[in-house]
Design a protein around this ligand. Structure first.
Ligand code: NAP
Length: 586
């Protein structure tokens, strides 16, 4: 049974220490060429990866490939076994491997080999970077705005396989339990499925997503969920995600609410913003404002839909790369299937596998080689040298074979491209885009937040930030000038001898000064202000805030931060307008 895999003696294994990879200059990487079109695209891609590494490091670094077997090739070698133990052991041992597409064997109760691979190696995160490459046809007006990395949970959700067919004995048992003991009601003969979402499964996925965002200078991580409907599964995913960020990355992350309430829309240098979006809104946002999103963390089902939908915006699965990862093991893979009708025709697009390899080079820290391929690819596609699939969509294209496409990219790589300039241009574009968005957040925070798909649900989301405060000895006249100049209807008064903050509103001036015929210039704000100031914490829900306002019979509250400092004002009008527009959030 065993004995078909031989590690090249010239190479060294990659190891892991404290969760970090230790990569020698001559690492052994595993590869599975795959079925159908797999050999064609693997052969072409491997030539490109090797050429880029050679060029980037002048021969100082080199991948030592080790062939591993899955799918039809494995079945031929291992007596009908499509996923031999020897391959499993090598994938675990080598830590980093790449695979082509695999045929799902038909009949005989076979599970998809990809599903087996994920489950047996516990590769819990499916990682799919989706970005646009210059020259690639796209239905979007500004496809360059798409640049996200989707972290999809791979082991839980309705995909866990806990399903009971309508009419089966198990179904009847479960239905009776749900009806009789849990008080559930549903139609007779309904098929039943269970959706497990655990704290453990959620946190390890979100941890990986946040760590990636930190390591790659990404701006935000968005938790995608449908928690407004499925509270204890999707809603819990959201809560556990925020909890993990708070507990494990307190220095490196802030929430979106803090971005607005504490930082006035300006992201502090290096901090990753943790936000969340309802699953249906994220589909709309990825079409209308894709540059608002950076890293997305999703559960299994949402992520499945989302990664294909977003990939379709920038060229489709033909070029979308991917990887499945556990804490230490990573298997990179083409995301399309085996396209059997094109097998061995040297015809198809190697992009998906090629860029999975680019991801792999980035994963082992060989960024220079990865960048060379990305730059060369765009040069070639922009000059309209493409495989049949893109040729169908690009007018005046020169259609080439898979191997010729690889030749063209290698020629670019070897032709001495200016990678520094390429990288600088990209970084400059990202920085410019971030600045433009920051300006919008600072100048019109509420509009911006709502346009980017966030539904206001806390006091911090709605408050008017940076409240104006005045010293207690300020005259009412001066305070009135200030209020008119700033177009505000209240000022906060700083603590005087009594040590208490207060608030003076237009109504207070009318009822306590004007109607009493007192001269505003001779009264201090401290005498007129209402005290003590009624305050609410920045993360209080809108309904709790409304309750507090009603109980205290007031129309506005000061919003305070953790240090009890006033950082904003929220009024009943703000809450009314938000609930009218969005309803009362959970
Ligand atoms: P598919 O193999 O992805 O092919 C569907 C169509 O997508 C092809 O006919 C072709 O479109 C286009 N396509 C796929 N790869 C392409 C490439 N590299 N370049 C250009 N076009 C490409 O999907 P399928 O036909 O549904 O599945 C075939 C087999 O693959 C099944 O056994 C399935 O189980 C397996 N599969 C494996 C994986 C995996 O290993 N990760 C994933 C999905 C499916 P045109 O016909 O328009 O030219």
């Amino acid at each position: 049974m065993t004995g078909h895999i031989t590690y090249p003696t010239s190479g060294e294994k990659i190891t892991a220490k404290d969760g970090k990879l230790q990569v020698p200059d001559n690492p052994i990487l595993g590869f599975v060429e795959g079925d159908g079109i797999g050999p064609d695209i693997t052969r072409a891609s491997m030539r490109i990866w090797d050429a880029a590494v050679e060029k980037a490091y002048n021969g100082k670094r080199k991948v030592h490939w080790c062939e591993l077997y899955m799918g039809e090739k494995a079945a031929g070698l291992y007596d009908g076994n499509y996923f031999p133990e020897e391959t499993k052991a090598a994938l675990n041992d080598l830590l980093v491997s790449i695979k082509g597409p695999l045929t799902t064997p038909v009949g005989g109760g076979f599970r998809s080999l990809n599903v087996s691979l994920r489950q047996e190696l516990d590769l819990y995160a499916c990682v799919r970077p989706v970005r646009h490459y210059a020259g690639v046809p796209s239905p979007l007006k500004k496809p360059e705005d798409v640049d996200v990395v989707i972290f999809r949970e791979n082991t839980e959700d309705v995909y866990a396989g806990i399903e009971y067919q309508s009419g089966s004995e198990e179904n009847r048992k479960l239905a009776a339990f749900l009806r009789n003991e849990m008080g559930a009601s549903f139609f007779e003969d309904a098929g039943l499925g269970v959706k497990p979402i655990s704290e453990f499964g959620t946190k390890r996925l979100v941890r990986k997503a946040i760590q990636y965002a930190i390591d790659n200078n990404r701006e935000s991580v968005t938790l995608v969920h449908k928690g407004n409907i499925m509270k204890f599964t999707e809603g819990a995913f959201r809560s556990w995600g925020y909890e993990l960020a708070r507990e494990e990355f307190p220095e490196q992350t802030i929430t979106e609410e803090e971005l607005y309430s504490t930082y006035g829309g300006k992201r502090p240098e290096g901090k990753v913003v943790i936000k969340d979006r309802i699953a249906d809104i994220i589909f709309q946002m990825m079409l209308l404002r894709p540059n608002e999103f950076d890293v997305l963390a999703t559960m299994n089902l949402n992520g499945d839909y989302l990664s294909d939908a977003v990939a379709a915006e920038v060229g489709g699965v033909g070029i979308a790369p991917g990887a499945n990862m556990s804490d230490n093991v990573a298997v990179f893979e083409a995301t399309h299937g085996t396209a059997p009708k094109y097998a061995n025709q040297d015809k198809v697009n190697p992009g998906s596998l090629l860029f999975s390899g680019v991801m792999m080079l980035e994963h082992i820290g060989w960024q220079e080689a990865a960048d060379l391929i990305t730059a060369a690819y765009q040069e070639v596609v922009t000059s309209r040298i493409v495989t049949y699939d893109f040729a169908r969509q690009i007018e005046g294209a020169t259609e080439v074979k898979t191997s010729q496409f690889a030749d063209a990219i290698i020629a670019q790589i070897q032709g001495g491209m200016n990678i520094e300039e390429f990288r600088a241009r990209r970084e400059e574009a990202i920085e410019k885009d971030r600045k433009v968005r920051e300006l919008r957040r600072v100048s019109s925070p509420l509009e911006e937040m709502i346009a980017s798909g966030r539904i206001p649900h806390t006091v911090g989301d709605l408050m008017n930030p940076s409240p104006i405060s005045v010293p207690p000895e300020t005259t009412v006249e001066d305070a009135m000038h200030l209020m008119r100049e700033k177009s505000i209807s209240s000022v906060i008064t700083r603590p005087g001898a009594d040590g208490q903050w207060g608030i003076m509103t237009q109504r207070d001036v009318i009822s306590r000064i004007v109607s009493k015929n007192r001269a505003p210039a001779s009264v201090k704000v401290d005498e007129v202000a209402s005290k003590p100031l009624v305050t609410v914490p920045v993360d209080m829900t809108l309904h709790e805030c409304a309750e507090k306002m009603s109980n205290s019979n007031i129309r506005r509250c000061a919003v305070i931060d953790k240090d009890q400092e006033p950082i904003g004002i929220i009024s009943d009008t703000d809450i009314f307008a938000s609930v009218e527009q969005f309803g009362l959030p959970e």
